[in-house]
Design a binder for this molecule. Structure first.
Ligand code: NAD
Ligand code: LMR
Length: 328
C-alpha cells in the first residue's frame, strides 16, 4: 500500500497540560486519520525548564513507537516550528487561575499571537490552517490573522468545540438520552460566559429541544450559565484549567475541519454574519469543504437569540478595542 506524504503539524505550548493530553492522540492518528503519517513540530518557550520538559514529552512519544509519527522537531524558535506546516495548533499561552476571566489574559497572551501570526505567514505551507486554543482564543486568533499578508483570513479559526461538546452533554444528561441523540447544537460568539449555546435550534432525537425539555426557565437560567461557566467550574474543582477535554475538543475541531461535509461550531471571521461585527472572530455553525469551510447561514434567530448574540458580540468588540494596538 502506498504511503501518504506526511502532514506537518505544529503545536505550541507542547510541554503544557493540554499538549500532554493532545500529542499522543495526534501521533496515533486520531486527528488526521489512521493512515496519515505526521511530523510534529513542537514549540516551547526558551527556558531550561520548558525545553527539558519538552524533551521528556518527545521521549515518551518515541517510546510509544507510533507507526504514523514520522519525525519530530523540538524548538524554541517560531520560524523553525512553523516551517512548512500544514496545521498550526496554537495552544501555548497562560491559562487563567481561580477568580479570573479569560479576557484578563489579553494583555499577556495577545502579544504571543503577533509574533506567531507573523512567523506562520512567513514560513508555513501555502495550504496552512491555524487553530487557536490559547485564551482568550477568539481575540488571539484575530490578532494572529491580522499579521497575515499571504494566508487568507479564513485559514485562521479558534476553538469553541469544547463549548459545543459541553452543551451537547448537558442536554443529553437533562433529557436522559445518549449524546448521539443531540444534534444541531451550535455555539455563537465568544469562548466566554457570554457565549450563546443555541438551544432554540438544537434537536433531541430529531425533535426541537424546547419540545423535549419544556422547562424554558431551566434552558435560559440554568443550562446557558452552566455551559458558559463550565471552564471556571473545572478550574474551581481541579485547581487548574481543563486539559484532557480541551485536547479532545481540539482533535474534534481539526478532524472535522479536515472532513468535508462535517457540520460543527467553529469561531471564524464573522464577515458580519448573524449580526456579529465585521472583523471579529465569532463561533457559528460551519460545514467543512474540501479546503476550508462555509458558514451555515440558514438559521433564523428569534428576539431571544438575537439578544444573546448582541451580548456576546458586544464583548468581542470590547476585546478588540482592548487590543487595537496589536492588530497591525
Ligand atoms: P499550561 O500552562 O499547562 O501550558 C501552556 C504552555 O505554553 C506552557 O508549557 C508554556 O511554557 C507554553 N508557552 C507559553 N508561552 C508560549 C509561547 N509564546 N510559545 C510557545 N509556548 C508557550 O496551559 P494549558 O492548560 O495547556 O492551557 C493553554 C492555553 O489554552 C491557556 O491559555 C488556556 O486558557 C487555554 N485553553 C483554551 C480552551 C478553549 O476551549 N479554547 C480550553 C482549555 C484551555
Ligand atoms: C475552558 O473553557 O475550560 C478553558 O477556556 C479554560 C478556562 O479558562 O476556562
Amino acid at each position: 500500500m502506498a504511503t501518504k506524504p506526511p502532514i506537518r503539524v505544529a503545536v505550541t505550548g507542547a510541554a503544557g497540560n493540554i499538549g500532554y493530553a493532545l500529542l499522543f492522540r495526534i501521533a496515533s492518528g486520531e486527528m488526521l486519520g489512521k493512515d496519515q503519517p505526521v511530523i510534529l513540530q513542537l514549540l516551547e518557550i526558551p527556558t531550561e525548564g520548558a525545553q527539558k520538559a519538552l524533551k521528556g514529552v518527545a521521549m515518551e512519544l518515541e517510546d510509544c513507537a507510533f507507526p504514523l509519527l514520522q519525525d519530530m522537531v523540538l524548538t524554541d524558535d517560531a520560524n523553525v516550528a512553523f516551517k512548512d506546516v500544514n496545521w498550526a495548533l496554537l495552544v501555548g499561552s497562560k491559562p487563567r487561575g481561580p477568580g479570573m476571566e479569560r479576557a484578563d489574559l489579553l494583555k499577556d497572551n495577545g502579544k504571543i499571537f503577533i509574533a506567531q501570526g507573523k512567523a506562520i505567514d512567513a514560513v508555513a505551507a501555502d495550504n496552512a490552517r491555524i487553530a487557536v486554543v490559547g485564551n482568550p482564543c477568539n481575540t488571539n486568533v484575530m490578532i494572529a490573522a491580522n499579521q497575515a499578508k499571504r494566508l487568507p483570513r479564513n485559514r485562521f479559526t479558534a476553538m469553541v468545540r469544547l463549548d459545543e461538546n459541553r452543551g451537547r452533554a448537558q442536554l443529553a444528561k437533562k433529557a436522559g438520552v445518549s449524546i448521539n441523540e443531540v444534534s444541531e447544537l451550535f455555539i455563537y460568539g465568544n469562548h466566554s460566559p457570554t457565549m450563546f449555546a443555541d438551544f432554540t435550534h438544537a434537536k433531541i432525537g430529531g425533535k426541537a429541544v424546547t419540545d423535549v425539555i419544556t422547562d424554558r426557565a431551566w434552558l435560559e437560567n440554568e443550562y446557558l450559565p452552566t455551559v458558559g461557566k463550565r471552564g471556571a467550574a473545572i478550574i474551581d474543582a481541579r485547581g487548574q484549567s481543563s486539559a484532557a477535554s480541551a485536547a479532545n475538543a481540539l482533535i474534534d475541531h481539526v478532524r472535522d475541519l479536515a472532513t468535508p461535509g462535517a457540520v460543527h461550531s467553529v469561531a471564524v471571521d464573522s464577515e458580519g454574519r448573524y449580526g456579529f461585527a465585521e472583523g471579529v472572530w465569532a463561533g457559528m455553525p460551519v460545514r467543512s469543504t474540501a479546503d476550508g469551510y462555509e458558514v451555515i447561514t440558514s438559521y433564523e434567530m428569534d428576539d431571544f437569540a438575537k439578544s444573546k448574540i448582541k451580548i456576546t458580540n458586544d464583548e468581542l468588540v470590547g476585546e478588540r478595542e482592548t487590543v487595537k494596538d496589536m492588530l497591525g
